[in-house]
Design a protein around this ligand. Structure first.
Ligand code: ADP
Length: 397
């Protein structure tokens, strides 16, 4: 029996997240994650019909984890009835401007982008191949983090580097979190009753990773993340923008290899690095409340850098209808939203503290009636991947 079950696989560098959707229901029927892959602590956990289960899988890699997932789905009678599988792919380079049905040619291009995302794309390719081994005929769809940003004009995506480095090495801004920026921008256009073809938005995706996007007439025209997700605003553990000379300075002064400096910038900086205690905004807000000065400082720098990036995005827009907050911090931290807007009064934002504290009015709005609008929109990346998977496999059928 075909139940129209769609499996969404998100293969990270050391984890695999998965969710199962029935047709276009917004809530996933099964969700789970396998973490710490290829270590002694590899573990898979999943929730189905309100039951949470766990499986120890010491040493399992991406492929083994997926085979275990397929076994679990088989036992639940959900495997053979799968209609299609959607994969989140971090990097589509300049090849992919939208989601794509996976063919041998598409798979080759995804592999070709591995140099640009060495921790993520090979993991996704393994996931696609693991499916091919067990269900060779099932349609698979690739949904790219970078695709939405392929509309950026050259003046936005080029760096001030020798042009030859763009041509020969592909050094340019690609941008990430595209699925989320596109989804919340479209939601904002609908909710706020905007004319998509004459609209300007700035979307702020603030989770563990954070990025800002300028969306003109529904298309990305600039974004804060760049060649890698390290560029842009400060994040949970990533520094965001710094002077590129700091690499050389630290290498000389501390006698550190470049890989170690890159590790510091990715894993030990941002909120974690400045606070000295946590990368988690909830924890830091509580600490700041209790008088922890470093936690308070980390939040101040985070908010100021965000505001600067948002203000910078205005350069590309011909109008600004609203600022959209999304992601764990954007949706939940009234403190961060208030601090960001307090730096942006020159753009005409006036926070309504009551609406902000309650998480927005029925449209998600957190600003006063005569202010430029700022709103909260819940992002649903996995569901959007499911939607693209359904759309591309139905039209192909
Ligand atoms: P990911 O990028 O891993 O998907 P999320 O979008 O879930 O991350 O965002 C995680 C961040 O959201 C963490 O810093 C977390 O502390 C923050 N967050 C979640 N809920 C709240 C809350 N109620 N108040 C403040 N921050 C929150």
């Amino acid at each position: 029996m075909n139940n129209n079950n769609y499996l969404i696989i998100n293969s990270g560098s050391s984890s695999v997240k998965f969710s199962l959707y029935v047709a276009d229901h917004v809530e996933a029927t099964l969700t789970g994650i396998a973490e710490r892959l290829s270590t002694e602590q590899t573990k898979m956990s999943w929730t189905f019909e309100n039951n949470k289960r766990e499986l120890e899988l010491a040493g399992a890699d991406h492929r083994e984890v997926l085979h275990n997932l397929f076994n679990i789905l088989s036992k639940l009678n959900l495997f053979k009835s799968l209609t299609a599988i959607g994969h989140r792919i971090v990097h589509g380079g300049e090849y992919f401007k939208s989601s794509a049905l996976i063919t041998p040619n598409v798979l080759t291009k995804i592999e070709a982008c591995s140099a640009l995302a060495p921790l993520h794309n090979p993991a996704a390719v393994t996931g696609i191949q693991a499916v091919l081994e067990q269900l060779p005929d099932i349609p698979q769809v690739a949904v790219f983090d970078t695709a939405f940003h392929q509309t950026m004009p050259e003046h936005a995506f080029l760096y001030g580097l020798p042009y030859e480095l763009y041509e020969s090495q592909g050094i340019r801004k690609y941008g990430f979190h595209g699925t989320s920026h596109q989804y919340v921008a479209n939601q904002a256009i609908t909710k706020l009753g905007l004319d998509k073809n004459n609209s300007g938005l700035i979307t702020a995706h603030l989770g563990n990773g954070c990025s800002i996007c300028a969306v003109q007439n529904g298309a990305s025209i600039d974004t804060s993340m760049g060649f890698t997700p390290l560029e842009g605003v400060m994040m949970g553990t990533r520094s965001g923008d710094i002077d590129p000379s700091i690499h050389q300075f630290l290498a000389n002064k501390l006698n550190l290899p470049l890989a170690e400096i890159t590790n510091i910038l990715n894993k030990r900086s941002g909120l974690l690095g400045l606070s000295g205690s946590s990368n988690d905004m909830r924890t830091l807000s509580a600490k700041a409340n209790e008088g922890d000065k470093q936690a308070a400082l980390a939040i101040e720098v985070f908010a100021y850098r965000l505001a600067k990036s948002i203000a910078g995005m205005v350069a590309g827009l011909s109008r600004l209808d609203a600022l959209v907050f999304t992601g764990g911090i954007g949706e939940n931290s009234f403190l961060v939203r208030a601090k960001v807007l307090s730096h942006l009064t020159v753009l005409g934002f006036e926070l309504d503290p009551e609406l902000n504290n309650q998480g927005g009015d029925n449209l998600g709005l957190i600003t006063k009636a005569n202010s430029r609008r700022a709103t909260i929109i819940h992002t649903q990346e996995e569901w959007v991947i499911a939607q693209d998977t359904i759309r591309l496999t139905q039209t192909e059928a």
